[in-house]
Design a protein around this ligand. Structure first.
Ligand code: BG6
Length: 497
C-alpha cells in the first residue's frame, strides 16, 4: 500500500495525541502503511524543540515483555516527526508559514501535497483552525488531496455542533470530512453487524417479542488525569453518552439495512437515534440518575474525589456517572427498555452490551426451571473483545435440574488496551478514503438532541455530590433504577459474568 501523506496533528501536545494518536501513528509507521512516504507534523501552542516533543510522547508507547520497545524503529519514526509551534488565534500568516514547512516536507518525503489535518483540539477552537486552513489555501489543491479528521466531541452542545458543522461544510465537501468516534474503529464494535446479520440465530429473535431488555455498561477506573478542564465543561453525558454509547446503541438496535454499504447503514442508525425517548406510554417520569465520585481507593491506592482533581472546581456539579432508562420509538422495540450506565472511577474497566431474552409467550413456565436465568448475549468491548452467550443446561446429579453456563464464542480475546489499535484502523481508513467507520452530521445532531433531553430530565432531580466513592460500583441508585422494574444488572445475577 502506498498512500503518501503528511499527517498534521493540531493539538499535538494534548492528551489524546500523546496517549492515542502518536502510538497509532507509530504502529502504522511500523507497518509502512504509506510506503515510507509519510511524515507527521505535530502542531501545538507551546514552544518546544523536536527533541523535547519526542521525549514527551515516548512514554506513551507500549513497552512490555511480549512487545519490547523497538528503539531503532523509534529513531526512524523520529526522523519523520516534526513539531511546529502555532497559536491558533494567530493571523493567517502563521498558517501560511506552516504551509511552507509542509511543502518543504513534501519535497523531502515525496508526500505530493496530500494531507490529513487532524483536529484533536477543543471544539471551541475548531472553527478558527478550519477557517485559517481555508484562508491560507491549505485545504484546496487540485493536484493532491486534503482530508480533515475531526476528533470528538463534535461541538459542546447541539447549537455549537451545528455551527461547527456549518463552518466545516462551507470550507470542505462532505467527502473530505472524517468525524471520529474511536469506538467505531474497535474490532468488536464492527463485529456487531456481523453478529446480527450474519446469524439467523440472533436476528430472528432480535425484537420485542423475544428480547426483554438491553443493558449497556461503560465503567472506567481512570479519573481525570490531565483532563479536568475539559471534563468540567463536558461531564459523562456529553463525553460518553452523546458519542460512544449512542453509536453502539444504534448499531445494536437498528433495523436491517437494505445493504451493508455506508449510506444504508447510516440511514438505519439515524432512525434509531431519532427514535430515542425517555418514557413509554403510562410512565410519567424519565428515569435518569447522575453521580459524581468522592475520594476512595482504586487498586489499593487512595485517590482523590472529583472535586479535588486538577482544574476542577471545589463545588463542581459536573456528573462523572449516569444511569438512565431509554426507549425506542420503533415497532421492533416497542416497550423494550434499554438501561444505560456509565461512569468514571468505578471498580472495574468494562464496556459491554447485554441483550437479555424473555420467556416465550407460548412456553409453559415449568416449575423445574424456576431458577433458570434468562438467556443472554453479551458483547464485551472492554477490557477485551468477547462474545458470551448464557444458556441453561442440565445439572448433573444435583437437586437443581438446570444451571446456567456461559459459552464463550470469542474467536480470540485481544487483551490489550485497544484504543491505539482503533485509531490505527481509523487513520488507515482515512488514507484509503473509506467513510464507513466515521459518523455523519445527521447522526451527531440526533445524538446531541437526545443528550440535551437527558440533561434536561436529569436537571429535574436534586443531587448531593459526591454520591459514590471512587473504586465503588457507582451510586446505589443505579441498582434501584433497574430494580424498580424487577430487573438486575448482569453482574448482580450471574457470578460467571
Ligand atoms: C473518550 C472519552 O472518548 O473515550 C474518555 O473522552 C474515555 O473520557 C475514553 O475515557 C474511553 O475510551 P476507551 O477506548 O479507553 O474505552
Amino acid at each position: 500500500l502506498s498512500h503518501p501523506c503528511i499527517f498534521v496533528l493540531f493539538g499535538g501536545t494534548g492528551d489524546l495525541a500523546r496517549k492515542k494518536l502518536i502510538p497509532a501513528l507509530f504502529r502504522l509507521h511500523a507497518k509502512e502503511i504509506a510506503g515510507g512516504r509519510f511524515a507527521i507534523v505535530a502542531v501545538g501552542r507551546r514552544a518546544m524543540t523536536l527533541a523535547e516533543y519526542a521525549a514527551s510522547v515516548r512514554p506513551s508507547l507500549p513497552d512490555s515483555a511480549e512487545e519490547p520497545f523497538d528503539e531503532a524503529l523509534w529513531k526512524l519514526f523520529c526522523d519523520r516527526l516534526f513539531y511546529f509551534r502555532l497559536d491558533f488565534s494567530e493571523d493567517v500568516s502563521a498558517f501560511q508559514s506552516l504551509g511552507r514547512e509542509l511543502s518543504d516536507l513534501d519535497r523531502r518525503f515525496e508526500t505530493c501535497g496530500n494531507r490529513i489535518f487532524c483536529l484533536a483540539i477543543s471544539p471551541v477552537l475548531m472553527k478558527t483552525v478550519i477557517q485559517s486552513l481555508q484562508d491560507s489555501g491549505m485545504i484546496h489543491n487540485e493536484d493532491s488531496w486534503q482530508r480533515v479528521m475531526i476528533e470528538k466531541p463534535f461541538g459542546t452542545d447541539l447549537e455549537s455542533a451545528a455551527q461547527l458543522n456549518r463552518s466545516l461544510t462551507s470550507c470542505l465537501p462532505e467527502e473530505r470530512i472524517f468525524r471520529v468516534d474511536h469506538y467505531l474503529g474497535k474490532e468488536m464494535i464492527q463485529n456487531i453487524l456481523s453478529l446480527r446479520f450474519g446469524n439467523i440465530l440472533f436476528e430472528s429473535v432480535w425484537n420485542r417479542e423475544h428480547i426483554d431488555h438491553i443493558q449497556i455498561t461503560s465503567a472506567e477506573t481512570i479519573g481525570m488525569e490531565s483532563r479536568g478542564a475539559y471534563y468540567e465543561n463536558t461531564g459523562i453525558l456529553r463525553d460518553m453518552l452523546q458519542s460512544h454509547i449512542l453509536q453502539v446503541l444504534s448499531l445494536v438496535c437498528m433495523d436491517p439495512p437494505k445493504a451493508l454499504d455506508t449510506r444504508s447503514v447510516i440511514a438505519e442508525k439515524v432512525k434509531v437515534l431519532r427514535s430515542l425517548k425517555l418514557t413509554e406510554n403510562s410512565e410519567q417520569r424519565a428515569r435518569v440518575l447522575l453521580g459524581q465520585y468522592g475520594p476512595g481507593r482504586i487498586d489499593s491506592t487512595d485517590v482523590p474525589g472529583y472535586r479535588k482533581e486538577t482544574m476542577v472546581s471545589e463545588s463542581s456539579l459536573t456528573p462523572t456517572f449516569a444511569a438512565l432508562k431509554v426507549y425506542l420509538d420503533m415497532p421492533r422495540w416497542k416497550g423494550v427498555p434499554v438501561y444505560i450506565r456509565a461512569g468514571k472511577r468505578l471498580d472495574r474497566k468494562i464496556f459491554e452490551i447485554a441483550v437479555v431474552f424473555r420467556h416465550p409467550k407460548d412456553l409453559p413456565r415449568y416449575p423445574e426451571f424456576t431458577h433458570a436465568l434468562p438467556n443472554a448475549l453479551i458483547i464485551r468491548i472492554q477490557p477485551c473483545g468477547e462474545i458470551l452467550v448464557r444458556i441453561n443446561v442440565k445439572e448433573q446429579d444435583a437437586d437443581q435440574p438446570v444451571r446456567s453456563v456461559v459459552l464463550d464464542c470469542s474467536e480470540k480475546c485481544i487483551c490489550r488496551q485497544n484504543s491505539p489499535e482503533s485509531y490505527e484502523r481509523l487513520i488507515q481508513e482515512i488514507l484509503l478514503d473509506h467513510h464507513a467507520l466515521f459518523t455523519t452530521w445527521n447522526e451527531l445532531s440526533h445524538a446531541w438532541k437526545f443528550t440535551e433531553k437527558v440533561e434536561a430530565a436529569a436537571a429535574k432531580n436534586s443531587y448531593c455530590f459526591p454520591n459514590y466513592p471512587a473504586g465503588s460500583e457507582g451510586p446505589k441508585g443505579s441498582y434501584d433504577l433497574i430494580g424498580q422494574d424487577g430487573r438486575h444488572w448482569m453482574e448482580e445475577t450471574d457470578e460467571n459474568l
